[in-house]
Design a protein around this ligand. Structure first.
Ligand SMILES: [Zn+2]
Ligand SMILES: [Zn+2]
Ligand SMILES: [Zn+2]
Ligand SMILES: [Zn+2]
Ligand SMILES: [Zn+2]
Ligand SMILES: [Zn+2]
Ligand SMILES: [Zn+2]
Length: 339
């Protein structure tokens, strides 16, 4: 049960209405306002190039572009409707030729008597239309007002760009899943550190990822997370070369950690001797330091004694040189004596 369909053919050639920049600039003030739901990219669009389900009233077709009216404007004098953009282009075209007249009935157009026809616009947006990807097998059928959203969000047959930054591939939306599996620009969390990495950078990332388990650098058979390798070497690895713990008091042994137990067992006497020597050395050092400290104390005492005798001499010199000031400075001298 096929419903009758009317395919609106495009037969409005833009080149018929070539617009010079100069004119379009001076003209912009006179053109109708942009509607709220209009994208900047639609600013210069002609009518809707859509396949309508059923018969479309000729009143809903633009006489200039022969498509379904987009943002219809009406000429008050004759009642004829056309797309707003088509009329703007017609105006520019008319000016460079003759007068600005209705393309259908040739009546003179007065610009202040052009108005948006909201009712016709509503009728247009209510039209049941097929998706423009019908030829590619999209079966969507809905109101014209919803077509744009369908194509931008849902249409499986709409050509889209890959969603991953840097990927230049374009394909039908229904192939996104298939492409995504192979897309080198897909971003996934690293299995080890959770950092988000592009598939193409994954190998490089694993070479430096801090959370990847790697073979011990000393080849001890352990798998160690990269960021814990230093800790493993410092505290666990049986093949890492370490110093004897008596190194600071003179044992020069250097060897793999696994040999250290043996070294300790075999060198108990040597380590004990080193400990005794070190203890003796320390006692000597302490004695030397104690005698230095006592010398310093004696020096200090002598310095203090000298200081106090100098202070007394200064005071007696002051009394001889300034006898009249004695009464004034007496009280402060007394307090100095006490101290
Ligand atoms: Zn038009
Ligand atoms: Zn007319
Ligand atoms: Zn579709
Ligand atoms: Zn891609
Ligand atoms: Zn990682
Ligand atoms: Zn190791
Ligand atoms: Zn040792």
């Amino acid at each position: 049960m096929d419903l009758p369909r009317v395919l609106i053919e495009r037969n409005f050639d833009l080149s018929d209405y070539e617009v010079s920049d100069e004119i379009s600039d001076s003209d912009s003030n006179n053109s109708c306002p942009i509607l709220d739901n209009e994208l900047p990219s639609e600013k210069n669009c002609e009518g809707y190039d859509v396949e309508v389900d059923g018969i479309i009233l000729t009143e809903l077709e633009c006489p200039l572009c022969s498509l379904v009216l987009r943002n219809p404007v009406q000429l008050e004098q004759c009642g004829h409707c056309m797309c707003r953009n088509c009329l703007n282009k017609w105006k520019i075209h008319s000016r460079s030729h003759s007068a600005f007249r209705c393309p259908i009935c040739r009546v003179d157009i007065k610009e202040e008597r052009i108005f948006e026809n909201k009712m016709v616009n509503r009728m247009v947006l209510n039209l049941r239309v097929f998706c423009s990807n019908k030829k590619k097998k999209c079966s969507w059928l809905g109101e014209l007002r919803d077509l744009k959203r369908h194509k931008e969000r849902d249409c499986e047959y709409e050509e889209i760009s890959c969603i991953y930054e840097g990927c230049m591939k374009r394909f039908l939306r229904c192939y996104m899943g298939l492409h995504e599996e192979r897309c080198a620009y897909r971003v996934t969390p690293c299995d080890y550190c959770e950092e988000r990495v592009r598939v193409r950078d994954a190998k490089n990332h694993l070479r430096t990822c801090e959370r990847v388990p790697i073979d011990c650098v000393e080849h001890c058979d352990a798998k160690i997370v990269r960021c814990e390798m230093n800790n493993h070497l410092a505290n666990e690895c049986p093949l890492h070369t370490i110093q004897c713990s008596f190194h600071s008091i003179g044992c020069d042994f250097l060897g793999e950690r696994k040999l250290m137990k043996n070294h300790m067992e075999e060198n108990v006497c040597k380590h004990l001797e080193l400990s005794l020597q070190s203890g003796e050395q320390m006692r000597r050092t302490l004695r030397t330091q104690a005698s230095i400290i006592s010398d310093l104390k004696e020096n200090m005492r002598l310095v203090q004694r000298d200081m106090s005798s100098y202070r007394k001499r200064i005071r007696s010199l002051e009394v001889g040189a300034f006898p009249r000031r004695r009464s004034v400075s007496q009280s402060s001298d007394a307090s100095l004596d006490q101290s």
